[in-house]
Design a protein. Sequence first.
Length: 325
Amino acid sequence: MKTIPKKNSSPLLSFGKTGSKYGEFHSPCGIREDINGNLLIIDEFNHRIQKFSPSGEFILAFGRKGKKKGEFFYPTSLTIDKTNDIYISDRWNHRIQKFSPSGEFILAFGSYGNKPGEFNEPWGLEIDDKQDLYIADNSNHRIQKFSSTGEFIWAFGKGGANKHFYQGRSFKNSFIYQQWLSSLNKFQTIETLFYQTGYELGVFEYPQAIRIIPDQRILIADTGNHRLLFLSSQGKIISGIGSKEKININLYRPSNIYVHSNGSYYILLEIENKILIISPTGETLEIFFFAEGNINNFYLNAKDEIFIADSQNDKIWKFKNLKEE
């Protein structure tokens, strides 16, 4: 394993500073690129979305604090569809809002509650090839699926956590062995799948991130259960990630994840202020410690470029990769 020390390679780009003017941030978090390569960034404590050119030049901003259409109350995550429309998880308004590329309001759906189609702090969201939307309904401890027009399709999961290890069913698929208790900090050979989980596989604990990978499986960062899970597009658990070899990986509250084109997994461990990179077989390849500030969130694009939302310095950083120069 090659571990990057607590210093950063030289960034390709950085921009932003603390404030509320255009181009300034107060706790930037979610980041995505649109189809033109422009950056959409959630400016969480300023309750707005800002758009920048690939070189970091301010283009536009939309939203303000409030509950009306087009307003936000601590937005958290975003995704962009094939037509360049933007979906925002308006977390403390317990709804999802959709906007045009120019920031014009299109629709909103959801309200506070735990019934199908309702939310309790929606967090991560992702859109698939059919333009259906998957949402981590964080404090309802479940995943919900909607059409691009906000029509409810299905919900999966329920809340709960158990601070012990329970042996699950065996899988032929790959998986990560999740080691949570520090007293178990040693290599172990795994023949059956173990989960640090609730009382059953359908139990989530504050899931935060969702990714759709090329075969249309859904990858979930089940943050409070310190694990990653694969779901089918119908909401059925398929497996976790890793291999049946000896694995020594500690995933403490994974809050975001991306899958590289080579199959590697980039996992944000926000509390530890690092990005863990593991191979498809569960081998730790890199550990990136961000010494300049705090990794509130990150984004990995198709060009192997990584953008870090730094909530300590209220800046965006861009790196070509997470390897030493």
